[in-house]
Design a protein around this ligand. Structure first.
Ligand code: CP
Length: 307
């Protein structure tokens, strides 16, 4: 196993497979009356979030506690960063207090990798700018495999704001590594530069892509990251690229709908579609705890779950 988890490319197909196999163990642990093991007893995991989060922060903290680790929660908004302390001094301070691992979210790409260079602790990228969100991709792969089996040859549509999406970058890498066929569906203004080099097909026509899809993966429109008006209006975006009930009804039997959250109901996904039986959005969140237990265990654990 690798020292840090900074991007999906760190893992490759074999590493992804190892995380998903280990996740099976923790899904079983999480079904127990007391969903807890002591695999990380004596270890300290720091949840280090410089940018807002609900799912990722809370599921990493839950994962660490269920593994028996101590959890330190660092919140940038109430820290000495506000008094001018640097990120490097902050990390060295947290390491001096006893950090064995940092789970890092930051609005700028590359900050988790920089922390990994400064620190002797393990580092997990919990989302850095528009770069990557590897554990989101791993929990998505786990969720898809649990419904569809092997992803080899499966047609996965990723729809929406690809340009600003770290989730899209990690998921394209993970789905492609597992042999899935990925098609990006977006207006031209929401595609990043260099898209020709990604292992994907691209279309601007959602209606033309729905019939063959095994999976429709919707992305949030990230208005907070848009420096200029890239869309005429949210209403027009929704008309062309939103998954409403009419479009969802065209999906083949067994096709799944995913979203990493947080959702904009009524924009990229209609409220009733988000609650449909084939929308597995809360299942993604639940699997996130077990996947993050697997990642922390593989990075910090002794190798023996009962030790
Ligand atoms: N999917 C995701 O990263 O959600 P949060 O921003 O709530 O962590």
């Amino acid at each position: 196993m690798i020292q840090h988890l900074l991007s999906i490319d760190d893992l490759g197909a074999e590493g992804i497979d190892e995380v998903l196999r280990t996740t099976d163990t923790f899904v079983e642990v999480n079904k127990r009356a007391i969903p807890k093991v002591q695999a990380l007893r004596g270890k300290t995991v720091v949840s280090c979030f410089f940018e807002d989060s609900t799912r990722t922060r809370l599921s990493f903290e839950t994962a660490a506690r269920r593994l028996g680790a101590d959890v330190m929660t660092f919140s940038a908004a109430s820290s000495s960063l506000k008094k001018g302390e640097s990120i490097r001094d902050t990390i060295e301070t947290l390491e001096a207090i006893g950090a064995d691992a940092f789970v890092v979210r930051h609005g700028s790409a590359g900050v988790p990798a920089q922390i990994a260079r400064w620190s002797t602790a393990r580092v997990v990228n919990a989302g850095d700018g528009q770069h990557e969100h590897p554990t989101q991709a791993l929990l998505d792969c786990y969720t898809l495999r649990s419904h569809l089996g092997d992803l080899n040859g499966k047609q996965i549509l990723i729809v929406g704001d690809i340009k600003h999406s770290r989730v899209a970058r990690s998921n394209v890498a993970a789905f492609a590594a597992l042999g899935a066929k990925v098609k990006l569906v977006a207006p031209a203004t929401l595609l990043p530069a260099g898209i020709d080099e990604w292992p994907v097909d691209v279309t601007h026509n959602l209606d033309g892509a729905l019939d063959d899809a095994d999976v429709v993966y919707l992305l949030r429109i990230q208005q907070e990251r848009m420096e200029q008006a890239l869309l005429p209006s949210l209403r027009e975006y929704s008309h062309g690229f939103g998954l409403d009930a009419r479009r969802a009804a065209r999906l083949k039997s067994g096709a799944l709908i995913l979203h990493p959250g947080p959702m904009n109901r009524g924009v990229e996904i209609a409220a009733d579609v988000a609650d449909a039986p084939n929308a597995v959005i809360t299942e993604q969140v639940a699997n996130g705890v077990a996947v993050r237990m697997a990642v922390l265990f593989l990075l910090l654990g002794s190798g023996d779950l009962n030790a």
